[in-house]
Write a protein that binds this ligand. Structure first.
Ligand code: CJB
Length: 827
């Protein structure tokens, strides 16, 4: 019986492999207009995408029909960033077609891995926040929740990075120069939005006052839909991204009045809005164009939501808050709050109180950072110019908030009003988007336990006093489909073999793998896979950087945006300490280590770029120094992005998560690396704390000051010079950076780091944590010497991090915030 079933299954597979082959060839002919004998790898890739899309679109139609029929409540995720990476292998895996496609392509004489390399990363985001959004939409589709992601269809995503003599060079990213096979343009759902102009106060026949906004410019929003395929044939949701164009209506006027050239200029200005992603991570760009980007996409998205709602409910708004919930991914889309008020009050002519009640039931806000430079504020002046009516609405929201909430709890307390006001007073008055988001939302969450605590205690304590139940936590997560099954197939197979194949959608199943942590044979298999992954990464490193690295060394990896608070320079100081010890003690005994970095610096962030330069210069010196005898290698991988992460993470032995405690809201790279069996060297910050709780203190190397100790040290008065003079190793290393040792003939080229740590006061306490960091690395060195001990720890990391699936995060959002119901879709 069983034999029969297996035979039938394999017959089915064969047929569908054959069918897939036929489909690919058909698309090569009919969609690409070429033939097997002359098709380029790019054409083969596109033909395969088109074949895959036949199934994607079936799922999309089924899902949309089901959602329409059931008319269910849906989540609308508003995010300025989606860091999707490649979709080819992801879609194949989620459709359960990867093996067949691999076989079909093989039979056509093609290697699937080569085709995968044809795809540009869809890098419409900067870092953690954008990648989280991508993981969340994967989980939402997998879990069958009705949801749509809204964002901007940037023509240029995050810049491409290369190094010239060690310095970062940025080039534009053109991910869709020749079109992108995963997106569908939907001209039937175009929206028009307004900006600039002035507001007129008018009175109707009954003497009622009305505000009329006369916009200065109309812009067209064209939606592009990217289908998001859930795992195992569940729902296919949509990511809807808006592209800006000049409004035909507006342009026509200019054109007709003889302004052909002016019309062309208008076009260019309108198209500028979705032209490029701002490359700043955790800094507020504060530019007019950025505010327009934010408004453009939230206005298009709200109008899209309302259009869909009205199709079923006409002008009856009574079900709106039952049907619609909007999640604000940080404050970037917070202008949605006054925009919805404007639509309800000015357009739908609703009373203020009723409109405000709707708003407060629709929006929820996720805070992703406590860094002051990332907390968005807009000059009132700029708001008035770009969105004059919205500024009036914000003033009114604020007036009522201060009167009806603040003054009730703290009567006549001007200090409280000053602190809580959505408008910050001062020489240049500012709109505080964080305050607006808290006041206008029914739920506010941080992204890891400690971070959510700090949001309450340090950022919004008075708001907590006003609305204690508004605040909650949802710890971040990552999709195990992309970040284990697809990127680390060998480990995925080993897990399938020992714990069954349910773990991709039920990650807690991984805990069963803990039972094998002492099993010598499984340890060997696990470490053999790590070894193969390391060898594969070594060849990628060779190809990209021409550096030879030994796959038997410890692969110690720090991959994330470059930022002082993430402390790549602490890692660098430790590398310099090891190098110096080797030079001073030629037989210095250490397990060979390869330090790998991947990071982009915001183009305007000087010190971050100096840190990249310093790491590259130190790397050059160390990698060529014979005295090192291969105990140390340092590699800075160029153009770090999702695709590179997928190659580095499966090969990591050590995961560097070394932010100053209290600064990293959560981190998600920490989760991906632990999932793939890397051991964390980390501070008690963000989700590291929860990872430590899950894996146990024996399986993680924690170091450094805690959040409370950081606060105490700052309160006492931190003087980095104390550490410089007290610790001869720190002094020697920092002084070394000032010489021309690493930059022959150019002394002082690397002195920016020393200056920031000494004259700049070392705001992120690098020197305070240095000793403890070195000790954590000594522990790693000791652990690694015992192969079985290391294997056990690494396996327990994989086994114990089931909590950090984005499926769990989504279920937390559903129960704590969104209150959605699953809407299964028949295949
Ligand atoms: N984060 O990537 C960003 N950009 C920001 O502007 C603010 C925060 C990151 O968000 C991630 C997802 O929540 C967090 O894991 C990470 O700690 C935070 O820095």
């Amino acid at each position: 019986m069983k034999k029969h079933a297996t035979a039938a299954a394999s017959e089915l597979e064969q047929t569908s492999t054959e069918q897939l082959k036929q489909q690919i060839i058909r698309h090569l002919h009919a969609t690409l207009g070429t033939d097997v004998n002359k098709a380029s790898p790019q054409a083969w890739w596109r033909a395969t995408c088109a074949a895959v899309n036949e199934q994607v679109y079936d799922g999309l139609r089924n899902t949309q029909r089901t959602h329409y029929e059931k008319n269910t409540r849906a989540l609308h995720y508003f995010s300025l960033e989606y860091l999707m990476g490649r979709l080819f292998s992801n879609n194949l895996h989620n459709l359960g077609l990867y093996a067949q496609a691999k076989q079909a392509l093989l039979e056509l004489g093609l290697n699937i891995a080569d085709l995968e390399e044809q795809e540009e990363d869809m890098a419409l985001g900067n870092g953690g926040l954008g990648r989280l959004a991508a993981c969340f939409i994967d989980s939402l589709a997998t879990l069958n929740y009705p949801a749509i992601g809204y964002g901007i269809h940037y023509e240029h995503g995050l810049f491409q990075q290369s190094f010239q003599d060690g310095r970062q060079i940025e080039r534009p990213d053109s991910w869709r120069e020749y079109g992108n096979p995963w997106e569908i343009c939907r001209p039937e759902s175009v929206q028009e939005i307004s900006v600039y102009g002035y507001v007129e106060t008018v009175y109707d026949l009954q003497g009622r006052m009305k505000k009329v906004w006369h916009p200065g410019r109309i812009i067209k929003g064209v939606p592009w839909d990217i289908p998001v395929v859930g795992y195992n044939g569940s729902s296919v949701n949509v990511l809807r991204l808006w592209e800006s164009r000049a409004s035909d209506f507006f342009n026509w006027d200019v054109f007709n009045s003889g302004g052909y050239i002016d019309a062309a200029r208008e076009n260019i200005e309108a198209e500028t809005i979705s032209k490029v992603l701002y490359p700043n991570d955790e800094t507020d760009a504060g530019k007019e164009l950025r505010l327009i980007q934010q408004y453009f996409f939230v206005s298009c998205s709200l109008k899209d939501i309302i259009r869909r709602y009205k199709r079923a409910h006409g002008d009856d708004w009574s079900d709106f808050t039952k049907q619609v919930v909007v999640q604000l991914n940080d404050t970037h889309p917070a202008v949605a709050i006054p925009e919805l008020m404007r639509i309800l009050v000015d357009r739908a002519e609703m009373q203020w109180d009723q409109a405000w009640a709707i708003c407060q039931q629709v929006f929820a806000y996720t805070n992703h950072t406590l860094l002051p430079e990332a907390l968005e504020k807009w000059p009132v002046r700029l708001f008035e110019k770009v969105l004059p009516r919205h500024l009036e609405i914000i003033y009114e929201i604020n007036r009522r908030f201060l009167l009806e909430q603040v003054d009730v709890l703290w009567p006549n307390d001007n200090e409280k009003k000053r602190k809580l006001s959505i408008i910050e007073e001062g020489h240049e008055p500012m709109v505080r988007m964080g305050h607006l988001s808290v006041v206008g939302s029914f739920r506010v969450n941080g992204v890891a336990e400690i971070h959510s605590q700090l949001v309450k205690s340090d950022l919004f304590p008075e708001m907590v006093a006003l609305w204690p139940d508004k605040f909650t936590n949802v710890t971040n997560g990552v999709t195990p489909r992309r970040w284990l099954k697809a990127c680390n197939p060998k480990l995925a197979n080993l897990l399938d073999k020992h714990i069954g194949s349910d773990w991709p959608t039920d990650l807690k199943q991984l805990s069963k793998f803990a039972a094998y942590a002492d099993d010598a044979a499984v340890q060997d298999a696990f470490m053999a896979i790590k070894q193969q992954n390391k060898a594969e990464l070594a060849s990628v490193v060779k190809k990209l950087t021409h550096i030879d690295i030994d796959p038997h060394a410890i692969f110690d990896i720090q991959i994330k945006r470059l930022h002082e608070y993430k402390r790549q320079h602490l890692n660098l100081l430790h590398i310099l300490a090891l190098y110096r010890r080797i030079l001073q003690e030629p037989d210095y005994d250490m397990v060979p280590r390869v330090f790998l970095f991947g990071a982009k610096a915001a183009p305007g962030y000087k010190l971050a770029k100096e840190i990249i330069y310093a790491i590259n210069k130190v790397a050059e010196k160390i990698n060529h120094d014979k005295r090192v005898k291969n105990r140390l290698k340092v590699v800075f991988m160029p153009n770090y992005r999702v695709t590179l992460a997928e190659k580095m993470i499966p090969a990591a032995d050590v995961s560097e998560q070394i932010s100053t405690a209290g600064k990293e809201a959560s981190g998600t790279g920490n989760m991906k690396l632990a999932l793939n069996g890397a051991i964390t060297v980390g501070t008690l910050d963000g989700a590291n704390i929860e990872i430590a709780e899950e894996v146990g203190s024996d399986n993680i190397a924690i170091f450094g000051l805690t959040v409370d100790e950081v606060k105490a040290l700052h309160a006492k008065g931190y003087n980095s010079l104390d550490y410089y003079y007290a610790n001869p190793e720190i002094k020697a290393i920092l002084d070394w950076l000032e010489t021309d040792y690493f930059t022959p003939g150019k002394p002082g080229e690397l002195s920016a780091i020393k200056r920031s740590l000494l004259e700049g006061g070392d705001p992120y306490l690098v020197l305070a944590d240095f000793d403890s960091y070195c000790k954590a690395h000594e522990k790693i060195d000791q652990w690694y010497r015992d192969k079985s001990l290391w294997a056990k720890k690494a396996m327990l990391n994989t086994a114990c991090v089931g909590k950090f699936t984005s499926d769990r995060s989504i279920e937390d959002y559903v129960s704590r915030v969104w209150q959605l119901e699953k809407c299964p879709v028949k295949r």
